[in-house]
Design a protein around this ligand. Sequence first.
Ligand code: GDP
Length: 345
Amino acid sequence: MRKALITGVTGQDGSYLAQLLLAKGYEVHGLIRRASSFNTGRIDHLYQDARDPDARLFLHHGDMTDGVRLLTLLGSIAPDEVYNLAGQSHVRESFDQPRFTAEIVAMGTLHLLEAIRHSKVDCRFYQAGSSDMFGDSTPPHTERSLFAPRSPEATAKAYAHWTTRNYREGYGLYAVNGIAFNHESPRRGETFVTRKITQAVARIQAGRQDHLYLGDLTPVRDWGYAPEYVEGMWRMLQQDQPDDYVLATGTGRSVEEFVEAAFEHAGLEWRRHVRFDERYLRPTEVEELLGDPSKAAEKLGWRTSVGMEQLAQIMVDADVDALEHEGRHWVDDVRLPGWSTSATD
Ligand code: GDP
């Protein structure tokens, strides 16, 4: 049985990736931070008691700032694949906590790569890069586009990207960078703009809220559906040779267009509800991120099928559903062929 270690397993991507790998027959190990309250809501539906002989998902406390812990964990698990999805990934937040963001995203990746190198565990390594690394660079962005990061989160991701590359070229590790453009879902964190919008739409429709406060509506992003992106991550680790790939839909749409699609799906007129709040502006904004996924399509056979409108609909429907199930544990069904219809199956 193949074994995978996922850092950031409690996040959006970590939870979908764990779901995908379990369905593929993997034993999955996840790194979680200790907190006095539980933070495993996105993976509770996948968890089985570790004493159950059929259990294949195991959670380990640890932190990306603790290199010794990463080294010992890696040695004891001896995974075949390591997916580094942990991070303080919120761009606006990274301006307020630049040092913390760098510790987790940049130094954390270094700790993990050093742990792999020194433990000599024979494993493949996936680094979750971000389209934010392109920043001001001219779109459309390919694997060869220049990085021009405009936030502490993006500069930290660029450090992690080049470190991963250097460990591949210098030490011969099977280490790859996935450069994923914005990918969203009902499991997206609630302060990222898409989820903030769809959650507000559900609440406005239910008469529980009147207004939604947002920042700049003009930036363009290349928005895809997260479960499709974790499939791309997995494919990168199944190739003969390690390489870097962009994961994107190839279509850019503005924040305003997403707002419009989400409100319209709920039968609401967005201009009546959306208000501006300068607190959501960033000191430096990235105006346009647009990926060219040709290489992933050609080499990995990876393609997206969900565009921005359908994504907005999936997310609004899920938030309406979640509001109806308030107080009970609820998790979204993945609306893609090949995924189980019920996440609790
Ligand atoms: P990012 O692309 O990684 O920064 O993902 P986000 O979902 O956080 O932001 C996407 C875009 O939406 C950025 O250009 C933000 O400036 C813009 N935006 C506008 N209003 C908001 C808001 O209220 N919250 C967030 N998170 N982003 C906003």
